[in-house]
Design a protein around this ligand. Structure first.
Ligand code: ADP
Ligand code: MG
Length: 250
């Protein structure tokens, strides 16, 4: 028997008022798979990710994630279960959202201390190890304002990892960065992928998608218009809309 998918989304529909943003999304992400989501601005990529950790509630459809039913046709997990689920689903945004008044290390340890009940010594050991992993061991006592964008985003990744998530969601994690800082963040994400993290990544970094993605999903107008392995999507897409989109970003 194959393991159940880590994320299974079925017929997801989401509207904001009369604006139908997701129009029946079906998507599965298996354990240790990396799914890259691409598509034009406004196609619903962020909304889809936000539905996967309960930041948005879809009116219709089902999301099973990390072995739990997060959304069931408008019904949501109870608050307590939702909070626990959110610790298992790490999210990294375009804007890093670090706590500006806390040191780098404190940004990473605050989650395990407040949400996982971890003690100071243990959380600091974990935080130092994660900062080393993202290449920022020497920045642990620095304040966020003194860091470059690429360093801030690597702290944000370490902070998400401190919850020991089973799934990581990335929403355009390098879009706000100067071009020369993109590589250092992608490198950390590639490391996570190599270690077997299950990941759903909205990005237009095609080098990352080609190297790391098991599946590339193309969204347009609230629908998945095609999905496949990177070679096929980038070299030989079925849909004219995919071709046009790729021409526009490459
Ligand atoms: P993408 O990430 O692909 O650019 P989004 O999911 O951010 O797309 O947005 C899809 C559509 O949903 C857009 O029309 C956007 O204006 C709308 N939308 C997103 N979030 C909200 C919100 N919180 N309230 C109202 N409309 C929203
Ligand atoms: Mg977006």
């Amino acid at each position: 028997m194959t393991a159940p998918a880590m994320i299974k989304i079925s017929q997801l529909h989401k509207s904001f008022g009369s604006n139908q943003v997701l129009k029946g999304i079906d998507l599965e992400v298996d354990l240790s798979q990396v799914v890259v989501v691409i598509g034009p601005s406004g196609s619903g990529k962020s909304t889809l990710l936000r539905c996967c950790n309960g930041l948005e509630i879809a009116q219709q459809g089902v999301i099973d994630i990390c072995g739990q039913r997060l959304t069931d046709n408008g019904a949501m997990l109870a608050e307590k279960d939702l909070n626990r689920l959110r610790t298992q689903v790490g999210m990294v945004f375009q804007s890093f959202n670090l706590f500006p008044h806390l040191s780098v290390l404190h940004n990473v340890t605050i989650g395990p201390r407040t949400l996982r009940g971890m003690g100071a010594a243990q959380s600091e050991q974990l935080g130092e190890a994660l900062l080393a992993k993202v290449g920022l061991a020497e920045k642990s006592s620095a304040m966020p304002a003194s860091l470059s964008g690429g360093q801030k985003q690597r702290v944000a990744i370490a902070r998400a990892l401190a919850m020991e998530p089973k799934v990581m969601l990335f929403d355009e994690p390098t879009s706000a960065l100067d071009p020369e800082l993109v590589g250092e963040v992608l490198q950390v994400m590639k490391l996570l992928a190599k270690e077997g993290m299950t990941m759903m990544v909205v990005t237009h970094e095609m080098s990352f998608a080609k190297e790391v993605a098991d599946t590339v999903v193309v969204m347009d107008g609230g629908r998945i218009i095609e999905a496949g392995v990177p070679e096929v999507i980038f070299k030989n897409p079925k849909e004219a809309r995919t071709r046009l989109f790729l021409q526009a970003i490459l």
